[in-house]
Write a protein that binds this ligand. Structure first.
Ligand SMILES: NC(=O)c1ccc[n+]([C@@H]2O[C@H](COP(=O)([O-])OP(=O)(O)OC[C@H]3O[C@@H](n4cnc5c(N)ncnc54)[C@H](O)[C@@H]3O)[C@@H](O)[C@H]2O)c1
Length: 336
């Protein structure tokens, strides 16, 4: 297979390494809006055979691709996906599919009209603990669910220049928790109440963002969800999913590297906490790209179609609106 990569930044570089390790991928063609980034990445991957860099992103669409991985900045996703599906190239696109709800809606429509698969990068669906939690809930082991909690605590903020184009904490970060809660419970969220805080660097406030946020979700079966995220969890990266039911409680993401100290302390030397999402979800990132190659080969259905990404985006929009207006927001208010 000949796979293209648009975007050679943080996550693009990680995806490139994963793609090079897949036996099905014979050639990886890298392009970035800043050509030197594509060249640098190709040079770093040089021992891997078949890696080339292009000077123009446009040339990706003329290079005979079997599939395209979009890992460019968020505001480039919608255009790259639309171009790929019109060229009949299956796409893996990092979340979010577009920077706003209209763009997401239009991208979903373009993908649906083309019939070309677009897999969205919600890698938490591929995490072994999260997948087991979904199965446990579906099996009835938990009884009826009363509360589901999901958190995304980053140890340190992203580079300041990332923040203005990120879409804000709920669209950029909490969207993972929102997708995961829908995926694991199989339920829809009917209303949300969100709040945010700015106690860290000024650059979040300066671009109208928050560095910490939480939202209470009411699901359509009456169960409650809580999502929380921060850019400042110096103890380490913490992504946990907790399900509490009438019969049992389970946690995915709780192990000896979870950055939380149980009290009273027992004097044991703790293991190093996860340094970030790259390390915590390394296996999940690999698994979602293996799945994409299977989608390209026609061996499996799409594990994360754009319609799912649109639902998660609507929830993030509802949280942002609730945060701005300080009120409960029904998810029907943000649907197109
Ligand atoms: N699933 C996850 O856990 C996860 C984690 C990190 C980032 N992401 C997503 O991945 C995307 C990239 O994030 P990042 O942290 O790698 O950002 P980054 O800033 O490190 O890299 C983005 C790259 O895209 C390039 N670029 C911008 N416009 C382009 C275009 N039109 N065509 C090709 N390249 C273009 C930039 O020059 C840059 O090299 C974001 O949308 C982000 O939300 C997802």
């Amino acid at each position: 297979m000949r796979i293209g990569l648009a975007g050679a930044g943080r996550i693009g570089a990680r995806h490139a390494v994963a793609m090079c390790a897949l036996p099905e991928v014979d050639a990886l063609v890298v392009a970035d809006a800043e050509p030197c980034r594509a060249r640098d990445l190709a040079a770093r991957l040089a021992p891997a055979p078949g890696v080339t860099a292009l000077d123009e992103v446009d040339d990706l669409f003329r290079s005979g691709l079997d599939g395209l991985v979009v890992a460019a900045a968020t505001d480039a996703h919608a255009c790259l996906v639309a171009r790929a599906v019109s060229a009949r190239i299956p796409v893996f696109c990092e979340k979010p599919l577009a920077s706003d709800a209209d763009g997401t809606f239009q991208t979903v429509a373009a993908a649906a009209a083309s019939g070309v698969p677009v897999q969205v990068g919600f890698q938490r669906r591929f995490d072994a603990g999260n997948a087991a939690a979904r199965e446990a809930l579906a099996s009835g082991r938990l009884g009826w669910l009363h509360t589901v909690r999901s958190c995304s605590f980053d140890p340190a903020p992203p580079p300041a220049q990332y923040v203005p184009t990120s879409g804000g904490l709920f669209r950029d970060c909490v969207i993972h928790d929102l997708d995961l809660i829908r995926f694991v419970t199989g339920r829809e969220v009917v209303r949300v109440m969100a709040a945010g805080a700015n106690r860290g660097d000024d650059f979040f406030r300066e671009c109208g963002d928050v560095d910490t946020g939480s939202a209470l979700l009411v699901l359509d079966d009456g169960s409650l969800g809580v999502v929380s995220a921060t850019r400042y969890n110096a103890a380490g990266y913490d992504s946990r999913l907790e399900l509490f039911g009438s019969k049992d409680s389970i946690v995915a993401g709780l192990d000896d590297r979870t950055p939380a100290t149980a009290l009273p302390e027992r004097g044991e030397e703790p293991r190093a906490a996860y340094s970030g999402f790259m390390e915590r979800f390394a296996d999940a990132y690999d698994a979602e790209l293996r799945a994409f190659v299977d989608v390209v080969a026609g061996r499996r259905g799409n594990p994360c179609p754009p319609e799912e990404a649109l639902e998660a985006f609507y929830l993030a929009e509802a949280c942002e609106l609730s945060l701005r207006e300080g009120r409960v927001v029904g998810t029907g208010e943000v649907r197109r």
